[in-house]
Design a protein around this ligand. Structure first.
Ligand code: PLP
Ligand code: COI
Length: 354
């Protein structure tokens, strides 16, 4: 990969907001760092990226993003260790997945050096924004959308690739309860479920709000065809422990191929945990909850890290998960966050020094 780092223009803000931020009480993704990376696709090619002060974007009302939702994103985190080194976790996997999403949404793919060098340049400028406190990190949001205009329902001829970042704490404020969905679907065969397309999330908001109104935090999506198979949650992949076996569903064109999910599968196997990647039915989970063999459920994702699930609802009944002293969730969470934050050896080569 030929580096473009020296070609990235950097325009710094004159008024940093960093002193207004309470780094001891960070929520998820609600304060934004001083700078952003911006890169425009114009005249058939991606133009040189720039680091700019974080600022509003000016768009035509006829920009295609507003009408046809041509938009994709990624989610990543930067961590700072005790020696102030900055680390990313498997960033090339995010880059590759962004381009997988781009292809499906007919968005021009990004060159690897624009993504990686752009990100490095941005992190260099905003390195003071990377929290050091355990459980906090700098959440990174790369996204690409159709900025070109026209009412014709066809791909735009101009796009913006932007990265902004937000020092963040935990995604879920408290206990996580999930509702297993039996009516609505997140995605369908042949659709865009595997892509990180903005519209996948918009489509979840209404059914998720219905679940929130009933006291749950997330929906667990089931397959659109039969609603019998567990797919994934709104913002994370799902793991289910029955007795001592850890199970997660296979990915498909309806499910996001989570980077945390695949890391947890490898890590758990390496630690001697019996892992099965196979289809799992809702009735199997309900039956396991009733007979006591359901030991744990947890979500896995960049924002969610590993979030234990306290209970689930299905067809008007509620099921509680046991409160175990030692869980796979807490064991695996410590193992993965120790690797991410350079507190443990990384035998997998996942950690990436910025
Ligand atoms: N599933 C969905 C729908 C998500 O939005 C996310 C978050 O990115 C995940 C799963 C987990 O993916 P990753 O571990 O790559 O963050
Ligand atoms: C992430 O985990 O990075 C995501 O993109 C999930 C998002 C909905 C917060």
């Amino acid at each position: 990969m030929n580096s473009i780092i020296n070609d990235i223009e950097i325009i710094k803000t004159k008024t940093s907001k960093i002193n207004e931020v309470d780094f001891d009480n960070l929520k998820f993704g609600s304060v934004f760092s001083d700078h952003m990376l911006e890169c425009n696709f114009k005249d058939g090619k991606w133009q040189a990226p720039k680091v700019l002060p974080y600022q509003p974007i000016v768009l035509d009302p006829s920009a295609k993003i507003f009408h046809y939702g041509q938009s994709i994103f990624e989610g990543m985190k930067a961590y700072k260790d005790v020696d102030e080194n900055v680390w990313l976790f498997r960033p090339l996997d995010n880059f590759k997945r962004l381009n997988i999403s781009a292809k499906r949404l007919a968005i021009p793919e990004l060159p690897e050096n624009y993504f990686m060098d752009g990100l490095k340049a941005l992190l260099e400028v905003d390195q003071e924004w990377i929290p050091k406190k355990d459980g906090s990190s700098l959440y990174i949001r790369p996204f690409v959308f159709a900025s070109g205009n026209g009412f014709h329902a066809s791909p735009a001829d101009e796009y913006k690739f932007i990265i902004c970042t937000a020092p963040s704490g935990a995604y879920f404020a408290g206990e996580v309860r999930v509702l297993i969905e039996e009516k609505y679907s997140r995605s369908a065969n042949g659709g865009v479920g595997f892509a990180k397309a903005g519209g996948n999330y918009a489509g979840q908001f209404y059914p998720t709000q219905l679940a929130i109104d009933k006291g749950y935090q997330q929906v667990i999506w089931t397959d659109d065809n039969t609603h019998e198979y567990i797919e994934e949650a709104g913002a994370m992949n799902i793991f289910i422990r029955i007795n001592d076996t850890l199970i997660t569903g296979p990915t498909s064109d309806r499910i996001l191929d989570g980077i945390t999910r695949k890391s947890i599968i490898e890590l758990a196997k390496k630690e001697g945990i019996n892992v099965e990647v196979r289809k799992i039915t809702v009735s199997e989970v309900v039956e396991a909850a009733k007979n006591g063999s359901l030991k744990e459920m947890f979500g896995a994702g960049t924002a969610a890290v590993i979030s234990p699930i306290a209970g689930f609802g299905y067809k008007d009944a509620d099921y509680e998960l046991p409160k175990l002293d030692e869980t796979y969730a807490s064991f695996l969470k410590k193992r993965i966050t120790d690797i991410q934050t350079n507190k443990a050896e990384d035998i997998f080569g996942w950690r990436y020094k910025v």
